[in-house]
Design a protein around this ligand. Structure first.
Ligand code: ZN
Ligand code: ZN
Length: 319
């Protein structure tokens, strides 16, 4: 018989906890792991023990996506137990911590900051902590089992269907128990859109398309990566859409009320105040997604600002 245990692992992020789900089953399985930090590891190991299992007995570790708070301990748990790691193919490089991968991630972040018009000293300040974060919060895990969406992960009493829900990250997934409607959603249903800036996709429209796909599924209860489980799934999706629509409208308003062309950085500064360090990265990325959305619906135009940076102006209606 399969019993699911929720283990709340503390993380040093504003959300405070990540939910890890331990499946007591003839194939002991964990969904999501917490960061590769001693306090996360100890809390997770203790949680599995309190659930009647042992971290060393894990056979499968499924990461809903490749972010460090969800997959950070996957490599370490595999070293301990020999468990296989399942993660979507599009997020697999996030589990690598070799020098070359980290350098290319940081270069991608730097490119975003440059393109979005961040002043040089702000860029340096935002990038400074990244190298250490990337190499300590994640344990290296090459050769994971790639998921592509559509797979069925089998347990003694049910199966979980893998749903590819890109947007939050390119390889974000949800896992659906089609028999009872339980959905393990990772970060695919959080309000704010934190995304890997190096991805080639247009994250906001991709995210909204994933929500459109999810909303039609027979979901009874959602087990998210952060926060409590909840039942009113369709309402949550509606709220997330409204949240993004409001922010797109706000970005549009700032653009329309500006005399000069605006960089994403300038708009982010007005929208969020002056952000610093890693928050700056999220702030300019967020504004960039909304500007891309406005551009794709013909409401804004992107113009070059030189040195690979760009600005936006409102689209002029043709009469
Ligand atoms: Zn995430
Ligand atoms: Zn998360």
């Amino acid at each position: 018989m399969t019993i699911i245990h929720i283990i709340q692992v503390p993380i040093p992020y504003p959300v405070k906890w990540v939910n890890c789900y331990y499946f007591e089953d003839s194939i002991p399985t964990l969904i999501d792991t917490g960061l590769n930090l001693p306090e996360c590891y100890e809390s997770l190991v203790e949680g599995i023990r309190n659930s009647g299992g042992a971290a060393s007995g894990l056979r499968r570790v499924v990461a809903t996506h490749g972010h460090m708070d969800h997959a950070g301990l996957a490599g370490k748990l595999r070293d301990l137990s020999g468990a296989e790691i399942l993660v979507h193919a599009d997020d697999q490089t996030k589990l690598l911590t070799d020098k070359e991968t980290i350098e290319s991630k940081i270069a991608a972040f730097d490119r975003i900051l440059l393109e979005t018009g961040c002043p040089e000293e702000k860029r340096a300040e935002a990038l400074e902590p990244l190298s250490e974060r990337f190499s300590t919060f994640m344990s290296h895990a090459a050769e994971c089992v790639p998921l592509n969406g559509g797979e069925s992960i089998q347990f003694d009493d049910f199966n979980l269907r893998v749903l590819h829900t890109p947007g939050h990250s390119p390889g974000s997934t949800c896992l659906l128990n089609e028999a009872n409607g339980d959905l393990f959603s990772g970060d695919s249903l959080i309000d704010e859109l934190y995304v890997d800036p190096s991805s080639s996709m247009e994250p906001l429209s991709t995210h909204l398309a994933s929500l459109d796909m999810l909303v039609h599924l027979p979901v009874r209860r959602v087990y998210p990566g952060h926060g409590s489980s909840y039942a009113n799934f369709k309402n949550r999706i509606k709220r997330i859409r409204q949240y993004h629509d409001r922010r797109t409208a706000k970005v549009k308003e700032i653009l329309q009320n500006s005399e000069a062309p605006q960089s994403p950085y300038a708009i982010a500064s007005r929208l969020f105040g002056v952000e610093q360090g890693i928050d700056l990265l999220w702030a300019v990325s967020s504004v960039r997604f909304h500007l891309e959305r406005l551009e794709s619906i013909g409401e804004a135009v992107r113009i070059s600002a030189g040195n690979s940076a760009y600005n936006y102006v409102p689209a002029v209606a043709n009469s």
